[in-house]
Design a protein around this ligand. Sequence first.
Ligand SMILES: *[C@@H]1O[C@H](CO)[C@@H](O)[C@H](O)[C@H]1NC(C)=O
Ligand SMILES: *[C@@H]1O[C@H](CO)[C@@H](O)[C@H](O)[C@H]1NC(C)=O
Ligand SMILES: *[C@@H]1O[C@H](CO)[C@@H](O)[C@H](O)[C@H]1NC(C)=O
Ligand SMILES: *[C@@H]1O[C@H](CO)[C@@H](O)[C@H](O)[C@H]1NC(C)=O
Ligand SMILES: *[C@@H]1O[C@H](CO)[C@@H](O)[C@H](O)[C@H]1NC(C)=O
Ligand SMILES: *[C@@H]1O[C@H](CO)[C@@H](O)[C@H](O)[C@H]1NC(C)=O
Length: 440
Amino acid sequence: MARPLIWLALLCASLTFTTCAGIRLELIHVDAKENRTIAERMRRATERTHRRLASMGGVTAPVHWAGSTQYIAEYLIGDPPQRAEAIIDTGSNLIWTQCSACRPGCFNQNLSYYDPSLSRTVRPVACNDTACALGFETRCTRDRKACGVLTAYGAGAIAGVLGTETFTFGSEKASLAFGCITATELTPGSLNGASGIIGLGRGTLSLVSQLGDTKFSYCLTPYFSDAVNTSHLFVGASADLSGGGAPVTSVPFVKNPNDDLYDTFYFLPLAGITVGEAKLDVPAAAFDLREVAPGRWAGTLIDSGAPFTRLVDVAYQALRAELARQLGDSVVPLPAGVEGFDLCVAVAQGDASKLVPPLVLHFGSGGGASSDLVVPPENYWGPVDEATACMVVFSAARPNATLPMNETTVIGNYMHQNMHLLYDMGNGVLSFQPADCSSV
Ligand SMILES: *[C@@H]1O[C@H](CO)[C@@H](O)[C@H](O)[C@H]1NC(C)=O
Ligand SMILES: *[C@@H]1O[C@H](CO)[C@@H](O)[C@H](O)[C@H]1NC(C)=O
Ligand SMILES: *[C@@H]1O[C@H](CO)[C@@H](O)[C@H](O)[C@H]1NC(C)=O
Ligand SMILES: *[C@@H]1O[C@H](CO)[C@@H](O)[C@H](O)[C@H]1NC(C)=O
Ligand SMILES: *[C@@H]1O[C@H](CO)[C@@H](O)[C@H](O)[C@H]1NC(C)=O
Ligand SMILES: *[C@@H]1O[C@H](CO)[C@@H](O)[C@H](O)[C@H]1NC(C)=O
């Protein structure tokens, strides 16, 4: 018994990018630091979703706008350690933070900018270093000395140089390649005061890839009913659905088209949707991964960085019509001063859970076994004031949204609340288990 343990210890000490126990990160709601009412938080969250959707136009990529994410992680960077805060984003890869050289062009962040000159452990990555060839986000600078990084998001772009640095997540340390960002052009306020992003996508520069791990999990405490307890992200060995109790459901990831950008995303085989007793009349092909224009792929993906779910328009219209039919006389117009919702009901305390039926997402891969994700009412409806709740699922085809995102279904993090989600790339499956995330 002793021998394998010793082997494990040696292995861990010898691989720069490996942490033995895995990483455990606390996540805090962006809004939890302020004493906002439920209606204010709802309004802010939908503003972020709409900003993200509105900003999808005009950019070359099927871009992902991380500023709308609700969950941030605190970590330490360098030696001696400096504090930093990052948005956790499964829809992008790069780990980055604004560097002190950034000022004055960069956005405001709550903590001081990371200053590499104060750290003993930072190393620049040279142009001819293997690390500079790791991801599609990197390229040699014009003088061919430094390794530059550049990433485009929906509302702009960030640029800087690639370096390696010691990151401390709780009690675990790791040496990671990261972007020291010196130029940003982003919609003001879009990072909500965080200092950067930690990407968890499939790409080589993401946190999970760099750690040499093939799995991570997270469990998000509810947006509105629990602003107190933190959520958790687990990377590597600590990522596990060990909770027992509720049944675990697994869905195979859909193989990505062979392209850098699409290699970032976690695509799923959504096949159909049921609401209450009614299966929506939507062809399964509407959700399939498909090339909608040369080199541009639409499909269904899961994204911790998007607050709310967006359905392809044909499914959205069917869902809205069917729910309106089932809810009948309970449907009310939007309260004055509230915007951006299509379907609302009158309910005490804005609690729709007794009135609205659950939504079931059916996953399957052409003839094989299917698995269901049951979405309880509180994971797709939300309070907008004391007397009204509205549906927080939107159409992908909003004004100004362009291909391929206007035909892509995105399962956003509001649907992940009180659900423990395990992304297991080694086995090619996403597993989920209903959970009380305050105790995970
Ligand atoms: C938050 O605001 C409510 C109502 O404005 C107030 O009753 C409560 O004490 C505040 N809580 C904190 C922690 O400030
Ligand atoms: C759509 O684009 C037009 C022109 O760029 C702009 O004026 C308008 O505000 C945009 N609409 C939305 C909803 O973003
Ligand atoms: C990178 O280039 C420098 C000279 O610019 C050279 O000294 C170094 O050996 C090269 N490193 C690799 C890994 O090729
Ligand atoms: C930054 O501070 C503002 C104002 O207190 C707060 O709303 C926001 O959540 C903070 N952001 C982060 C990332 O801590
Ligand atoms: C926070 O977590 C504790 C322990 O699980 C739980 O008892 C409490 O109800 C949670 N708080 C809220 C506001 O949900
Ligand atoms: C998506 O946008 C393209 C133009 O970029 C447009 O031709 C297409 O009709 C749109 N699709 C939907 C479903 O709105």
